[in-house]
Design a protein around this ligand. Sequence first.
Ligand code: ATP
Ligand code: MG
Length: 392
Amino acid sequence: MFKTFLIKYGEIGIKGKNRYLFEEALVRQIRRALEPVDGQFRVYREQGRIYIDAEGLYDFEETVEALQRVFGIVGICPVMKMEDKGLEELGNDVIEFLSTVYDMKQQTFKIDTRRARKDYPIESMEVNAYLGGRVLDAFPGVSVDVHRPELMVHVEIREKIYIYSKIIPGPGGMPVGTNGKAMLLLSGGIDSPVAGYMIAKRGVKLDATYFHAPPYTSERAKQKVVDLAKQVARYSGPIDLHVVNFTDIQLYIYDRCPHDELTIIMRRYMMKIAEYFAKETNCLSLVTGESIGQVASQTMQSLAATNEVCTIPVFRPLIGFDKQDIVDISEKIGTYETSILPFEDCCTIFVAKHPVTKPNINAIKRSEQKLAEKIDKLVQTAIETTETIRIE
Ligand code: ATP
Ligand code: MG
């Protein structure tokens, strides 16, 4: 029965020019999210509001689900939109609306009118009182509760009149594209897809880098990362995924450096290469799924050693999260099932039995000197042979 949605978004802190950019980006992201949905939609801004009109038949559930992945949306309100034909007609419309959507037996309700069109001849309070009376007459058993109504009936008087009562929660956050772009280090694990989701939620567009180590890691492990990128892209929009062939670098480090420092040195090269692609593609930061103390390579000392090679900011949105908190988000966003598929990861293969947990940066740098002969060439080759996959 609903042909129109009113989209609510957070307004705090978005004034002037920023507000315009925010709304433009939100409209763009809504259009993108609705593209794969069955139906024709018109998305438009009107008087500081965003509306979606469904033209013809469409799938309500699918539409709402798609909108629930658009960052920046705080609430999705299915509305009845009608012409202004005077107060008495409006009363009829409200009654029709309520009897179609609810069974109207013992509910308490409240009418909340907003008069955005100031030339409307009757004040909001009067409209509330009139409509409240009509509803009480129409549905025996219902009563008014202005403090905690079970049913809040919103009536917005604009060029047209909008009636709605349900506000389906959106994901919140900011529309992707309003806060620049970041390079996500995406592995096949649970954490990095969640980290990407969280950064995208702040309005940041994403690209991603994955370090692949064939034949130690299989095509299926790579496919898993592609699948995870697709799932993140449902929220973030298209992602360029750089698949770096990391095998020769790993083998060389394995050959030349102390094995207890392997993971740290490897991670330093991952960061360097990811930073190269970040700069190449206008990303302003790196994003990882690291969390303090989760494993040996994520102690404070290890994070410091890894971070030391970077010249752009590294964001670690999960830094203070327990594993279970991260799992909960991954289940919510739908990446968990893919993340737990049992394919090998390039870090687990070369991992030492007793990795250092308190690496000393100077010691690490001394070890890295043993790589001087070939490492630049290997990094160069890894960059040149990187495959970039466009994830829609
Ligand atoms: P995740 O679940 O994200 O794989 P993890 O708990 O397995 O994390 P690590 O393997 O130590 O932790 O990786 C820490 C972070 O480093 C990851 O969250 C990811 O951002 C990055 N990373 C690790 N391995 C790779 C890889 N093969 N390719 C790209 N990034 C990686
Ligand atoms: Mg991992």
